[in-house]
Design a protein around this ligand. Structure first.
Ligand SMILES: Nc1ncnc2c1ncn2[C@@H]1O[C@H](COP(=O)(O)OP(=O)(O)OP(=O)(O)O)[C@@H](O)[C@H]1O
Ligand SMILES: [Mg+2]
Length: 369
């Protein structure tokens, strides 16, 4: 069992006169048994972070602790971490069965037990039918599942999984996410799962560490990431389609405050809590964020306000539809039911709850309320 702490960890790659600061002052405390996802766009430093946790990469600055004990100088074997990476690293001359059995043989388990555990993990990952094949004969998705299986058959203190589902089709991915979640519940081990896919991160993890540009943006659960994003980056990155942002002027006072978007007919009315924050700060300009899911064609229950817009494009997405809208020069989006079809140019009222209006500092992008 292990609690994993990163304390102002830095990674700088140096070579041929170039310096890449891949991870900057990253602090994270991952509780014993917690399932944490590290989420962020390509190149933000996710794999570098994992490789430092595992012990495959030198730590340029800061400290990593397992259960309070510094591990910076320990090699991978001494840290008791199992990992699976996007690139498979399977033994090419071993069959799938032998690849899965190997970590158990190293631990000196008896044959019958090895057999049982390999079959169990193979069933979980739906690879029972390929146990006799060699990695070279497998598809990318199959290799990925074998590689994941090889990490899972071990019983380490910490599991580290890096983009392990990137080659799976949507159905299989859905089932694997479910199995992985169940496995975590059963084993109760600390898991760190890296992905650039927010659906995976939010489905699996107790808490998600959102990174951008080598830095941690927010480390929080689903609800906080959606409703209290630390900044504009997180509000934009989490949620699909992304949050609509508008640069607005603060007009009026007290209960009459409106956030007027220049060059459009749009004005948003925030709720009392947000009006109070604006009044305290004295800001005259603010960035308004509103999620497409929170702009509806039907008025929601309870207090609501409305804006007027025009339909640009109506796009079916199976269970829902995306409405691309326009007011003046500003384009934005709403999520609608696919039952009604809207022709381009149709005028439309969109309803929202004042408490779903998010406010950001226009200069720094920080979340205000
Ligand atoms: N061995 C290396 N030498 C030099 N630069 C590196 C090395 N490994 C990674 N980098 C750089 O460090 C930064 C972070 O890379 P990293 O692989 O950690 O990103 P990532 O978040 O895992 O991205 P992806 O989602 O594409 O896997 C990138 O700018 C990358 O080019
Ligand atoms: Mg990576």
């Amino acid at each position: 069992m292990a609690r994993v702490e990163l304390d102002r960890v830095n990674k700088i790659y140096r070579g041929r006169g170039i310096e890449v600061h891949a991870v900057r002052d990253l602090s994270l405390a991952i509780e014993d048994g917690e399932f944490v996802a590290i989420l962020g766009p390509s190149g933000c430093g996710k794999t570098s972070t994992l490789r430092m946790i595992v012990g495959l990469e030198d730590i340029t600055g800061g400290e990593i602790r397992f259960d309070g004990r510094r591990v910076n100088e320990l090699g991978p074997e001494a840290r008791n971490v199992a990992m699976a990476f996007e690139t498979y690293a399977l033994y090419p001359t071993f069959t799938v069965f032998e690849n899965l059995a190997f970590p158990l043989e190293v631990r000196g388990l008896e044959r019958a037990r090895i057999e049982r555990e390999v079959r169990e993990i193979a069933r979980l990952l739906e690879i029972e039918d390929i146990l006799g094949q060699k990695p070279g004969q497998l598809s990318g998705g199959q290799q990925q599942r074998v590689s994941l299986g090889r990490a899972l058959v071990r019983e380490p203190a910490v599991f580290i999984l890096d983009e392990v589902m990137s080659h799976l089709d949507a159905h299989l991915k859905f089932r694997m996410l479910f199995e992985l979640k169940r496995l975590h519940q059963r084993l109760g081990r600390t898991m760190v799962y890296v992905t650039h896919d927010q659906v995976e991160a939010l489905a699996l993890a107790d808490r998600v560490a959102v990174m951008s540009n080598a830095e941690l943006q927010q480390f929080a659960d689903r609800d906080a990431l959606y409703n209290r994003p630390a900044n504009r980056f997180v509000a934009d990155f989490i949620g699909e389609p992304p949050t609509n942002f508008f640069d607005a002027r603060v007009v009026g006072e007290g209960g009459e405050v409106r956030l007027v978007v220049n060059g459009t007919g749009l004005a948003f009315r925030p709720d009392g809590q947000r009006r109070a924050v604006l009044a305290r700060s004295g800001a005259r300009e603010v960035t308004v964020g509103i999620r497409p899911q929170n702009l509806g064609i039907e008025p929601p229950d309870g207090a609501c306000e409305r804006i007027e817009a025009e339909v640009d494009i109506f796009e079916y997405l199976g269970e829902t539809a995306i409405l691309a809208l326009r007011s003046g020069e500003r384009a934005f989006r709403a999520v609608a039911s696919p039952r009604h079809r809207y022709e381009p140019g149709t005028p439309l009222s969109l309803f929202y709850r004042p408490r779903d209006v998010m406010l950001f500092d226009p200069a720094t992008g920080d979340f205000l309320a």
